[in-house]
Design a protein around this ligand. Structure first.
Ligand SMILES: Nc1ncnc2c1ncn2[C@@H]1O[C@H](COP(=O)(O)OP(=O)(O)OP(=O)(O)O)[C@@H](O)[C@H]1O
Ligand SMILES: CC(C)(CO)[C@@H](O)C(=O)[O-]
Ligand code: BAL
Length: 289
């Protein structure tokens, strides 16, 4: 694996591959890699000739009081994992390489981006859309891989790619979970031992929603209320967002009919955990691509 830290060097390294018509698969990340990231990486490798992974903790998508400074970082460990996974290029730029001067240009997808997680984190998704556009321009991948754990992020990126005719195939990969069902996330390291145990309430709430739906609960408001109450049974957990939405448009629903998205944003202490599931009447399984 070749590790590259500047935009110019990455362009130069990828140019011969592009000239040869090789397919480039790209996995953007913020590092501190876990099995979720590695699943994206394996898929990118399997479906393309050349694989590129970026590790960049993007300041544009963090609010002033968020965890930019304490976000977990371990480039040496990440690099070893990516080498073992057979990745061709690791792109790990500094903030000064990505943003030599303050960004004046912003990519925003406000209808999808200012609600749900975006309401709790104003400007977050504009920061994501802007950095992903810049990374797409640098890497020029044929395909880019994103996790469904960040369901709203995938919806925003798909819309951005469509609106701006960005020549990238967006692939969404189902959420990878720990043995007890908790979605793998870099931020899980923030959890104390007690909070980690309590965190299982999040995937359990997704199961509970599927159970209630299969038993005939079809009022969206009542479903949100039932799931909020269910999560509050765990004293360490506070449900910040419990939202029943249309799986494609992310618009609110009144009546649950066929399938719906349940999106959760749950606080345990100071850690916010994200999870979701597309719940279908006849096949209750995790959201699939
Ligand atoms: N459990 C998971 N299953 C599948 N994909 C995942 C999982 N966790 C993260 N990803 C995906 O990996 C990519 C990089 O995510 P990121 O580096 O922010 O990791 P993260 O674990 O989501 O971190 P955070 O704790 O910041 O949410 C994103 O596309 C994200 O959706
Ligand atoms: C897509 C991304 C790498 C952009 O910084 C980030 O939002 C993430 O890790 O999900
Ligand atoms: N996983 C999305 C990146 C973030 O929380 O900033």
């Amino acid at each position: 694996m070749q590790t590259i830290t500047t935009i110019a060097a990455l362009r130069e390294a990828l140019a011969p591959h592009r000239r040869e018509g090789r397919h480039i698969g790209f996995v953007p990340t913020m590092g501190y890699l876990h099995e979720g990231h590695l699943t994206l990486v394996r898929k990118a490798r399997a479906e393309n000739d050349v694989s590129v992974v970026s590790i960049f903790v993007n300041p544009l998508q963090f609010g002033k009081n968020e965890d930019l400074d304490r976000y977990p970082r371990d480039l040496a460990r990440d690099s070893a994992l990516l080498t073992a996974a057979g990745v061709d290029f690791l792109f790990a730029p500094d903030v000064a390489d990505m943003y030599p001067r303050p960004m004046e240009t912003v990519v925003d997808v406000p209808l999808l981006g200012n609600q749900l997680e975006g309401e709790a984190r104003p400007g977050h998704f504009a920061g994501v859309a802007t950095v992903v556009t810049k990374l797409f321009n640098i890497v020029q991948p044929d395909a880019a891989y994103f996790g469904e754990k960040d369901y709203q992020q995938v919806a925003i990126i798909r819309r951005m790619v469509e609106d701006l005719a960005q020549p990238v195939h967006v692939v969404a990969v189902p959420t990878v979970r720990e043995a007890d069902g908790l979605a793998c996330s870099s931020r899980n390291v923030y959890l104390s031992a007690n909070e980690r145990q309590a965190a299982v309430i999040v995937p359990k709430a997704l199961e509970e929603a599927a159970r209630l739906f299969s038993q005939g609960l079809t009022d969206a408001g009542a479903m949100e209320e039932a799931i909020r109450d269910f999560i509050r049974r765990e004293p360490l957990a506070e449900p910040d967002v419990v939202a029943v939405r249309h799986p494609d448009t992310l618009m609110p629903l009144d009546l649950l009919d066929g399938s719906f998205l349940l999106l959760l944003y749950v606080r345990l202490g100071t850690t916010k955990l994200l999870d979701n599931r597309v719940i279908r009447l006849h096949a209750n399984k995790d959201a699939a691509a």
